[in-house]
Ligand binder design. Structure first.
Ligand code: FAD
Length: 315
């Protein structure tokens, strides 16, 4: 039986949707084991076990779970060796892609990023040129190291929570890596992660520095707030909110685009959303070509009305 190693790095109280997707995909390919770099609550470990995972590999060194990728790549390389995995699955964030590349070099293995579909014979389909082309490819050297885009596969239902066996791996982090420490300060908004959100309200240059009406609508719908590059470059919202070719790829049930013109680089990150609603005061804006519903109007008038109506109806 093929061993599939899934790298998880979230370690919150429960598994994120994208993590459940990775575990579900892994189960279609072979026996799944997990590598976990950071600290984890028992409920999180039990959640991993509920996907039929019997073993979780963890580093015995704090440097291997530091915020920087180098230590994690060293650990993950050792976890692949210890588990005998032939397939390594990771998420698709910038961090995961960098770790994948470093592990690929260490193991002399091929790496495929941005995978949107994976067949049983490991033919990977990836989106290229900002989603304009779909490319089928396979790893032919070493183990298959693959980063999977969120929302590419359906997460299966979990079974009963059960604690997996922990295997501690001795990891010797190179001195140059161990010399660096850091910390991540994530903004606390209480809203869901962009990649996890069922509803996203995204704003562009038309927002003109005021994301308030978008945040109100997102909160009324239990959604997240995203942005075009014009808005993040202007410093109106943090860069992690950027959606598009050089930002995040999202695929929510509902994407509300406000004051965004719909450039190809923005489309690349959101065109697979289930329902797209566009609000723009220019009736000829290209965003209306990809919208399921279009509203020609001023976002500062339309959004508060929508929020008020949703709150009134208690939706
Ligand atoms: P604009 O194109 O200026 O559009 C603003 C829109 O707001 C207009 O359509 C206007 O009619 C409307 N508007 C103005 N005021 C209002 C109002 N009050 N109410 C309603 N509508 C209003 N872009 C991304 O988004 N994501 C990426 O990842 C990304 N990566 C890129 C990578 C590269 C290599 C390059 C070259 C570009 C990239 N871009 C990306 C930039 C992209 O080309 C566009 O410049 C950008 O998406 C434009 O942002 P925008 O739609 O917010 O602004």
């Amino acid at each position: 039986m093929t061993t599939v190693l899934v790298f998880l790095d979230h370690a919150g109280a429960s598994l994120a949707k994208s993590e459940r997707e990775l575990l579900s995909l892994g189960a279609t390919l072979g026996d799944v084991v997990v590598a976990l770099a950071g600290e984890a609550e028992q409920a999180y470990l039990d959640g991993i076990g509920s996907y039929g995972v019997g073993e979780v590999y963890r580093p015995d060194s704090a440097e291997a779970s530091d915020v920087l990728v180098a230590g994690k790549a060293v650990f993950l390389t050792e976890a692949v060796r210890a588990s005998g995995a032939e397939i390594l699955l990771l998420g698709n964030s910038y961090e995961m892609k960098e770790i994948a590349a470093r592990v690929g070099v260490r193991l002399e293995s091929g790496v495929i990023t941005d995978v949107v579909a994976l067949a049983g014979d490991l033919t990977a389909t990836k989106a290229d040129f900002a989603g304009s082309y779909s490319v089928d490819c396979r790893v032919t050297t070493g183990i298959a190291v693959l980063t999977i885009k969120p929302n590419s596969v359906e997460a299966t239902e979990a079974g009963l929570p059960s604690p997996p066996r922990e295997v501690r791996i001795p990891v010797e982090v190179p001195e140059a890596v161990a010399r660096i420490t850091g910390r991540t300060d994530k903004p606390v908004s209480g809203r869901p992660e962009l990649a996890e959100a069922r509803v996203i309200v995204a704003g562009g240059r038309g927002v003109d520095g005021n994301f308030g009406p978008l945040e109100d609508l997102a909160d009324a719908l239990g959604g997240a707030v995203g942005a075009s590059r014009a808005a993040t470059d202007a410093g109106w919202i943090e860069h992690s909110a950027q959606i598009g070719q050089t930002g995040k790829t999202v695929s929510p049930q509902l994407y509300i685009s406000a004051g965004i013109s719909g450039a190809i680089q923005q489309k690349a990150g959101m065109q697979t959303s289930k329902v797209i609603v566009a609000i723009n005061k220019d009736a000829d804006s290209p965003v209306f070509e990809i919208a399921d519903f279009g509203i020609v109007g001023d976002l500062f008038t339309v959004l508060p009305q929508a929020t008020e109506e949703i709150r009134k109806r208690g939706l």
